[in-house]
Design a binder for this molecule. Structure first.
Ligand code: FAD
Length: 437
């Protein structure tokens, strides 16, 4: 199968005279980390990125132990630690009354899983992979907008918007939420959640209030939430404000605008309201995911990262899953590399596809459910609060399925947690606090 415009006759100029084993489309965190993982196994790798320069727009990223474990394996954890922050705790509070609901002791979490929970500027993490790719000899090509994909008898081919083309034994499409390659496998569209994210990463002096940067702080409220944590050794404050857009629900085109931001947080506690004026107001991120798919491989073309499994961000696992994808694929390549350097790609891609789609389905679906729980109102909000307050700080039964070692095979995939039904919390007699419906 092919996606548009890949007729042989169109193909004139190659992107490079040097052939490679693997072409990776997309130089985001997913594409670069996969490029590094495969180059480190001795493969010749080229990344084709549509932008003029490699880079990342946005602010902070949380990276859980299932990611820092991989950074350690890559020899990149110390560099990341030098650029990021290792917070002491993650605290969830009610956004309306500010009361604490539950917390993770991140020092103990590191002891439990062997690797730290880190927060890092996404451009710093991207830069770590970019430098690692350069050191590993990855060919990094910018201004390369891929519009078509096609399997060939000996590999796969991509066509670029400007008429250039390239080919390799295998093509990995890490081209994000609006992936062109995904159309090889499924005719679907991004699913709008009607929520929008505002971000800000500012020097800590601009915080305008006392902020405890030893915490990752999450305030959850009716149809909104607010996250903040420190970046760059505490020199910067990172904030994310997310809310449901009434204009999106009404079907209006122009949704998620700054007037909606201000309105969404009026009933929140003073700590949250104090953060809203710092949010960047010239750009915002409408929140989309896609329904999970189980097939990621079409012949010699495979999806990776958001192209395969874009999540809503409530689990903070989107970039983490992308990094895991590359690590798993490279692991299977290493296991199927003959002494002459040839790779049993069919076997490697099948092994990748046997394990990653199911793990990522779990994360994408849990992120949807977790987001719904965060944004509850009325009695359901009281029930959620009661259940979260009852959780023991050192109970890891809800995190074991995700923060443990990344599974290389379906057998290694840990079991999921058992959800606690909301209505098991008895909140009769608890007065409904002001500020809710
Ligand atoms: C508000 C918010 C907060 C988040 N917080 C976290 C968090 O705390 N932790 C976490 O792990 N994740 C988080 N995520 C998710 C994370 O940002 C993404 O899952 C991750 O960046 C996906 O990486 P990717 O490389 O797969 O895709 P992308 O980052 O989208 O990269 C795709 C790349 O491909 C290029 N490209 C696209 N099309 C083409 C083409 N046709 N030809 C050539 N190049 C192309 C693009 O220019 C881009 O460089 C968050 C997301 C949001 C919106």
């Amino acid at each position: 199968m092919s996606v548009h415009g890949t007729e042989e006759s169109n193909v004139t100029t190659p992107t490079s005279a040097n052939p490679v084993d693997v072409l990776i489309v997309g130089g985001g965190i997913g594409g670069l980390s996969a490029a590094f993982a495969l180059a480190r196994e001795g493969l010749r790798v080229r990344v084709l990125e549509q932008a003029r320069e490699f880079g990342e727009v946005g602010a902070g990223l949380q990276i859980a132990p299932n990611c820092t474990r991989i950074l350690h394996d890559y020899g990149l954890l110390e560099e990341a630690k030098g650029l990021g922050v290792l917070p002491k705790s993650m605290v969830m509070r009610d956004a309306v009354d500010g009361s604490e609901l539950t917390r993770l002791d991140l020092g103990d979490l590191e002891r439990e899983y062997g690797f730290p929970y880190m927060v890092i500027h996404r451009s710093d993490l991207h830069g770590i992979f970019l430098r690692a790719c350069r050191r590993a000899g990855v060919d990094l090509v910018t201004d390369a907008h891929v519009t078509g994909y096609e399997n060939t008898p000996s590999g796969a081919r991509v066509l670029l918007e400007d008429g250039r083309a390239d080919r390799a034994r295998v093509v990995i499409a890490a081209d994000g939420l609006h992936s062109v390659a995904r159309r090889l496998l499924v005719e679907d569209e991004p699913v709008s959640s009607a929520y929008v994210a505002y971000r800000a990463a500012v020097p800590i002096e601009q915080a305008g209030r006392d902020v405890d940067l030893s915490e990752v702080s999450v305030h959850v409220g009716p149809r909104c939430h607010f996250v903040h944590y420190g970046l760059r050794g505490g020199e910067m404050l990172n904030q994310v404000a997310v809310f449901q857009s009434p204009k999106a629900l009404a079907g209006e085109e122009d949704w998620g605008t700054p007037d909606e931001l201000d309105a969404a947080f009026t009933a929140t506690c003073p700590d949250v309201r104090a953060g809203i004026p710092l949010m960047w107001r010239d750009r915002w991120w409408r929140m989309f995911d896609r329904d999970p798919i189980t097939t990621w491989v079409d012949g010699n073309i495979a999806l990776l990262g958001d192209a395969a499994h874009p999540p809503l961000q409530y689990m903070a696992q989107g970039a983490v899953m992308a990094i895991e994808d590359g690590w798993v694929l490279a692991g299977h390549v290493a296991a199927r590399r003959a002494e002459d350097g040839s790779v049993d790609w069919r076997g490697a891609l099948a092994a990748y596809e046997a394990v990653r789609p199911e793990h990522c389905r779990r994360v994408v679906e849990t992120a949807r459910a977790w987001g719904e729980l965060w944004h509850l109102d009325g009695v359901a909000r009281l029930q959620r609060n009661a259940l979260l307050r009852a959780r023991d700080t050192y109970d890891y039964s809800f995190t074991a399925w995700i923060y443990g070692p990344t599974a290389l095979t379906p057998e290694e995939e840990p079991p999921m947690f058992t959800p606690i039904p909301l209505d098991s919390a008895d909140v009769s007699g608890v007065p409904e606090p002001a500020g809710t419906r």
